[in-house]
Design a protein around this ligand. Structure first.
Ligand SMILES: [Zn+2]
Ligand SMILES: [Zn+2]
Length: 931
C-alpha cells in the first residue's frame, strides 16, 4: 500500500482526485478521520501540526520555587500528539505501507510538519521507504509532476523550523511567566511576551510615542487661480512650503498681473506595470479592498487548497522560467476574464514584470484554475479576482502618460503648474485597483499673458507620522526581518487578541505600552528587532547546513540567560512599573460622591465598579458577573457623569455594551424605586442629586440621615425607609423565584427564564409561595410545558412546606425524618394522629407531640393531646391481641387515631373504614371481640 500524507484534509482530497485520474476515489472515515483511496494508494490529511512541543512534566506550576521562569530556558522538551485520532490512523496505516509519500506544503513549516509525520511513520515501521513530493500549487500538472519525480525530506529545512519552534517556546514561556508574575497577573490577564511579538509591539508603541511627541510646524502654501478659454487652472508658487510667514505675505503681495507664461515643457512618462505578488504585496493590495491581513491570508489559503491559486506564502516576486504563463492564460480563457485575457495576449509585453526579490522555493502568487463568482462567494472571489488581475497586469505593457509643466511669472513671483494625460492605459486596463488621475491643462504657449483671478495663501501644519495599518506594519516587519511571510499576519492577530493593540490603524493599549516600556527599560534585547533578525539569519544557515540546530538553540539560550540576569535583578521595579501604568486601564472616572477614582474590580467571577476612596466612600455600582463577559473600559465617556463607558467581552460571543455604568445603574434601579408607594419624580430627583440610586441604599439609612439629605421630616423618612425595605423584600423574593425556576427547569433553547419570570410576574406570581399555590393553567400560559409545570409546582410546594416547618421551629434533623416518612406539610403535622406520625417516622411520640404543638401554635390551631411512648406501646399490644389484627392493620388504625382498645371501642366503624380502607364488617368484628 502506498500511503500519501497531505498537510490538510481538503488538500488530501484534491491530491487523491488528481492522482486517481478517471478512477473513482473511495472516501472512507476511519476512526473519525477521512481517508481517500484508489488503486493501492491511500491519501490522509493532517491538520497542520499534529504534535506539539512542550516542556517535560513538572513545569506547570508558575509559582514553583524550584522551577522558576528562568529554569524553562534549559528545561527538556517532549513532543505530544495534539490530534490523537490522526496520529493513530497514520501509524495504523504506516504499519501496512510499503511506500510513504510526504506531500505537505513546501516551505519551512511544511517541511517540519512533514518531518513530524516522518517520525510518526518511522516509530512503527522503521524500514518503509519514505519520500517527499514538492509542489507550489494543487493543480493536476504540478501534482502529477511532483509525484512522478519525488525527492527526499529536507531535514535541514525541517531543522530550521524546529530551531525556531524551540527558541519561540523558551523565550515565550519563560518571559511570559516572569513578566506576569512580576506584575502579579494570572489567569486570563497574563502578560504574554514573544520573540517576534514583543519587537513588533514595540514598533507600534514607538510610533505612538512619536505621534504624541510630535510638535506641529506651521507653514504656508501660496497659489493663484487663472484661466484660459474659460477653463480655470491653478498654479503654485515654486517656493513650495513657506516656513516664514513674512516671506509668504511678501510673495502674496508681490503676486500681480501680468501673469506671463515663461516656459512650457512637454514630456512622456512611463507608468510601469506592477510586479508579481509575493505575500506582503498581496496583503497590502488586499487591504485596499478592505480585508485584514489575517482575513486575506485565510481566503488565499482556502483558494490554494482548492486549486484556484498557487501557494500564497512566498517571498518570490519573479516568475521562474519553468512557469507556464501561456498555460495559465489558457486556463483563464472563456470565463469572466475572457476579454481581458484576449487583450493581454494581443498586447503582451515581451518579458513579464519582475520584483526585487527572487527565491527558488515557490513562484509568485498566481492563478492556477478558472473559477466563477457563484462558486467562490463574494470574499473569496474578491481575492481570486485580485490575483487574476495582478497576474494579467504583470504580462501587460506599461501605461504611458503625456506630461506638461508650465512656469509663470507674476510680476517677479515664480509659479508653476503640471498636467498629465493618459496616452495608453496599458496594464491599467486589466488592473483597475488604482485610479489613473488625469489633470488636463489648457494649451499654453510661452510669452502668453493670463489674468489672475485670485491669490490664495493657505496656512497649514505639518502632520505627525501616521499610525501603522496592518498591511503597512507587515511591510515594516519585513524590512526589519521580523517574522516570516507565514507568521507576520498571525503575530498581529495575537497582539490584537491579547489586547496589546486595538483599532485600525493600530494603536497600543495601556497594557501594551506598559509591558513594552518595562521591557525597554530593563531588557531592551526583547523589544529590539536585532535578536529576532539574528535568529532568522541563523535559520538560513541551518537550511544551508552551515550551522546545526543544537548550536543555534544553545546560542539563543545563552542570550536569554543574559536577559534574565537583567530582569531578575529588577523584578520588583518591573512589576511596579507595569502595575502603576495599567491601573489606569481599569479607572472609569471620578466617583460622583467623593471625587476619587472609580475602578473596575474583578473578584473571582464577580465584578463591580468600586470607589478608590473605600472604606471612607462606599459608593459602588454592580455589574453582571463575568460569566456574561469581562468588564473593560471603552474610550467613550458619558457627558453627564464623565465616566468611561463599559463593555462586557466574552470569547466567542457578541460583546455586551453597558455604556455609562452610572447611567445604566440609575436606569436599572428606577423600577425598584417606583415600587415604593410614596415615591414621586421629585423625590427621585432629590435622591439622585445626592447619589442615592437604589432601594437598598435607602433601606440601609437611618431616618435622621435620610431626612437631612432630602429635606423631609423624620416621620416621612422613616416611612420611606420602611417602604424601601418592603420593596427590597419583594425584589429579594423575585430573584429567589428566578433562581428557583432556573434550578428546577433547566435552560433550553428557545425557553428564556427571564421571559418565564416576567410572564409569571404579570400573573401576580412574584415569589415561591405564590408559585406553590398557582393554578397549573397559569404556569402553562407563562410558557412552561405540562411536565415542567407539574414539576415546578411540586418543587415549590415542597420548598414552602419545608420552610413553614422550619419557621415553626421543627429541627432540621427531624424535618428529614418527616420528609422520609412522607409527611411534608404543616397541615400533615396538624391533622395526622400522633401515633401515625410516630410510627411512620420513627420519632418518639412525645417528641412528635412537641413538634405538632410548635406547628399548631404557629398556625393558630389547637394542639391534640399528648401520648407517651409507654401508652402507645401498651395500646399496640392490646390491639395485636385481638384476633385478625396484625402489624399492618395497627398501622392503618393509627391513621384513624385508634391506638388502643379504648379508642377502638369508641370508634365509628363507618368513618374508620373510610379513612383506613378496612372493611366495616371486620371493624365490627374487632369491636365485638372487645365486648
Ligand atoms: Zn467615592
Ligand atoms: Zn452617565
Amino acid at each position: 500500500m502506498h500511503l500519501i500524507i497531505a498537510e490538510k484534509n481538503i488538500s488530501a482530497n484534491r491530491i487523491a482526485q488528481i492522482l486517481a485520474g478517471n478512477e473513482k476515489v473511495r472516501a472512507v472515515k476511519e476512526g473519525g478521520v477521512s481517508t481517500y483511496s484508489f488503486d493501492t494508494k491511500t491519501v490522509v490529511g493532517l491538520k497542520g501540526h499534529v504534535v506539539e512541543v512542550d516542556f517535560e512534566p513538572g513545569y506547570t506550576n508558575w509559582r514553583s520555587k524550584v522551577h522558576t521562569p528562568r529554569t524553562l530556558i534549559d528545561a527538556g522538551t517532549v513532543k505530544k500528539p495534539t490530534e490523537k485520532k490522526i496520529v493513530n490512523l497514520i501509524q495504523k496505516l504506516a504499519k501496512k505501507a510499503d511506500l510513504v509519500t510526504i506531500a505537505t506544503d513546501y516551505d519551512t513549516e511544511g517541511e517540519l510538519i512533514g518531518k513530524e509525520a516522518y517520525e510518526l511513520v518511522r516509530a512503527v515501521n522503521p524500514s518503509v521507504r519514505i519520500n517527499r513530493a514538492r509542489f507550489s500549487a494543487i493543480t493536476p500538472a504540478e501534482i502529477r509532476s511532483a509525484f512522478e519525480s519525488p525527492t527526499d525530506l529536507d531535514f535541514a529545512l525541517a531543522a530550521a523550523g524546529e530551531a525556531r519552534q524551540m527558541v519561540d517556546l523558551m523565550w515565550g514561556a519563560s518571559l511570559t511567566r516572569f513578566i506576569s508574575l512580576a506584575a502579579r497577573r494570572g489567569g486570563r490577564n497574563i502578560l504574554s511576551v514573544g520573540r517576534v511579538q514583543s519587537p513588533t509591539l514595540a514598533m507600534i508603541v514607538n510610533r505612538e510615542r512619536e505621534i504624541e511627541n510630535f510638535v506641529p510646524q506651521t507653514y504656508w502654501m501660496l497659489s493663484l487661480m487663472t484661466e484660459k478659454d474659460e477653463q480655470p487652472m491653478e498654479a503654485r508658487h515654486t517656493a513650495g512650503r513657506f516656513t516664514d510667514h513674512e516671506a509668504a505675505l511678501a510673495a502674496e503681495a508681490g503676486t500681480k498681473e501680468p501673469l506671463v507664461v515663461t516656459d512650457v515643457k512637454e514630456g512622456q512618462k512611463n507608468d510601469r506595470a506592477p510586479a508579481p505578488f509575493d505575500t506582503t504585496t498581496f496583503i497590502v493590495a488586499a487591504s485596499r479592498l478592505g480585508l485584514s491581513a489575517a482575513n486575506a491570508m485565510r481566503l488565499a489559503e482556502d483558494l490554494y487548497m482548492n486549486g484556484y491559486i498557487s501557494y500564497p506564502r512566498t517571498d518570490n516576486t519573479v516568475y521562474p522560467k519553468s512557469l507556464n504563463l501561456n498555460g495559465i492564460l489558457e486556463t483563464l480563457r472563456g470565463g469572466v476574464f475572457d476579454a481581458d485575457v484576449a487583450w493581454v495576449r494581443q498586447h503582451r509585453r515581451p518579458v513579464p514584470t519582475r520584483g526585487k526579490k527572487e527565491s527558488t522555493d515557490h513562484p509568485p502568487i498566481h492563478p492556477t484554475g478558472a473559477a466563477t463568482r457563484e462558486a467562490l462567494g463574494q470574499d473569496r472571489w474578491k481575492v481570486y479576482e485580485l490575483i487574476v488581475r495582478r497576474f494579467l497586469a504583470t504580462l501587460s505593457p506599461d501605461a504611458t502618460w503625456a506630461t506638461v509643466r508650465c512656469t509663470f511669472d507674476a510680476s517677479g513671483e515664480p509659479y508653476a503648474a503640471t498636467g498629465s494625460r493618459l496616452l495608453s492605459a496599458g496594464w491599467r486596463r486589466v488592473y483597475p485597483y488604482s485610479e489613473a488621475k488625469e489633470k488636463i491643462l489648457p494649451v499654453l504657449t510661452a510669452g502668453e499673458r493670463l489674468p489672475i483671478r485670485s491669490v490664495n495663501l493657505e496656512e497649514k501644519q505639518t502632520q505627525p507620522p501616521p499610525r501603522y495599518s496592518q498591511s503597512r506594519l507587515i511591510q515594516v516587519m519585513e524590512e526589519h526581518g521580523l517574522g516570516t511571510k507565514s507568521t507576520r499576519h498571525e503575530v498581529i492577530g495575537k497582539l490584537i487578541s491579547r489586547r496589546y493593540v486595538e483599532g485600525n490603524p493600530l494603536r497600543p493599549t495601556l497594557v501594551g505600552r506598559a509591558v513594552t516600556d518595562a521591557l525597554d527599560n530593563h531588557a531592551a534585547t526583547i523589544t529590539e528587532p536585532e535578536m529576532t533578525r539574528t535568529l532568522e539569519e541563523h535559520m538560513q544557515l541551518i537550511k544551508q547546513r552551515e550551522r546545526s540546530r543544537e548550536d543555534v538553540v544553545t546560542e539563543s539560550r545563552g542570550m536569554l540567560h543574559r536577559v534574565f540576569d537583567k530582569l531578575e535583578a529588577h523584578e520588583e521595579e518591573i512589576g511596579e512599573e507595569i502595575m502603576e501604568q495599567t491601573a489606569e486601564e481599569h479607572t472609569v472616572g471620578p466617583c460622583p460622591v467623593c471625587g476619587h477614582d472609580l475602578r473596575i474590580r474583578h473578584i473571582g467571577i464577580s465584578q463591580f465598579i468600586g470607589c478608590t476612596g473605600y472604606p471612607e466612600c462606599r459608593f459602588n455600582i454592580s455589574l453582571p458577573g463575568s460569566t456574561w463577559g469581562r468588564a473593560i473600559r471603552l474610550d467613550e465617556t458619558c457627558e453627564e457623569h464623565g465616566l468611561s463607558h463599559v463593555r462586557l467581552i466574552r470569547k466567542g460571543s457578541r460583546p455586551w455594551t453597558i455604556g455609562c455604568p452610572l447611567c445604566s445603574h440609575i436606569e436599572s434601579n428606577i423600577e425598584a424605586l417606583r415600587m415604593m408607594p410614596s415615591m414621586t419624580d421629585d423625590l427621585m430627583q432629590r435622591l439622585h442629586a445626592h447619589h442615592i440610586y437604589t432601594v437598598s441604599e435607602i433601606a440601609g439609612m437611618q431616618p435622621p440621615d435620610l431626612s437631612g439629605v432630602i429635606g423631609v421630616d423624620t416621620g416621612e423618612a422613616g416611612q420611606l425607609i420602611r417602604e424601601a425595605g418592603d420593596a427590597l423584600e419583594v425584589l429579594r423574593r423575585r430573584s429567589e423565584l428566578k433562581k428557583f425556576i432556573r434550578k428546577v427547569i433547566p435552560p433550553r433553547r428557545g425557553r428564556s427564564h427571564a421571559k418565564i419570570t416576567r410572564n409569571l410576574l404579570e400573573q401576580g406570581i412574584g415569589d415561591i409561595r405564590a408559585l406553590s399555590q398557582a393554578d397549573p393553567a397559569v404556569l402553562k400560559k407563562a410558557g412552561i410545558g405540562d411536565a415542567g409545570a407539574t414539576e415546578l409546582l411540586e418543587a415549590a410546594r415542597g420548598l414552602c412546606n419545608e420552610r413553614a416547618l422550619r419557621e415553626a421551629g421543627v429541627p432540621a434533623v427531624s424535618l428529614k425524618k418527616y420528609q422520609a416518612g412522607g409527611v411534608a406539610s404543616p397541615d400533615d403535622l396538624c391533622y395526622l394522629p400522633i401515633p401515625y406520625l410516630s410510627s411512620k417516622t420513627g420519632i418518639n411520640p412525645e417528641t412528635v407531640h412537641k413538634h405538632v404543638d410548635l406547628v399548631c401554635s404557629h398556625l393558630g390551631r389547637p394542639t391534640p393531646a399528648k401520648i407517651t411512648k409507654a401508652v402507645l406501646e401498651r395500646g399496640r399490644k392490646e390491639l395485636l391481641a385481638i384476633p385478625g389484627i396484625g402489624e399492618a392493620t395497627v398501622q392503618r388504625l393509627y391513621l384513624a387515631g385508634i391506638y388502643d382498645t379504648a379508642t377502638l371501642r369508641e370508634a365509628d366503624p363507618e368513618k374508620v373504614s373510610s379513612i383506613t380502607g378496612i372493611a366495616e364488617a371486620r371493624l365490627h368484628d374487632y369491636i365485638g371481640h372487645l365486648k
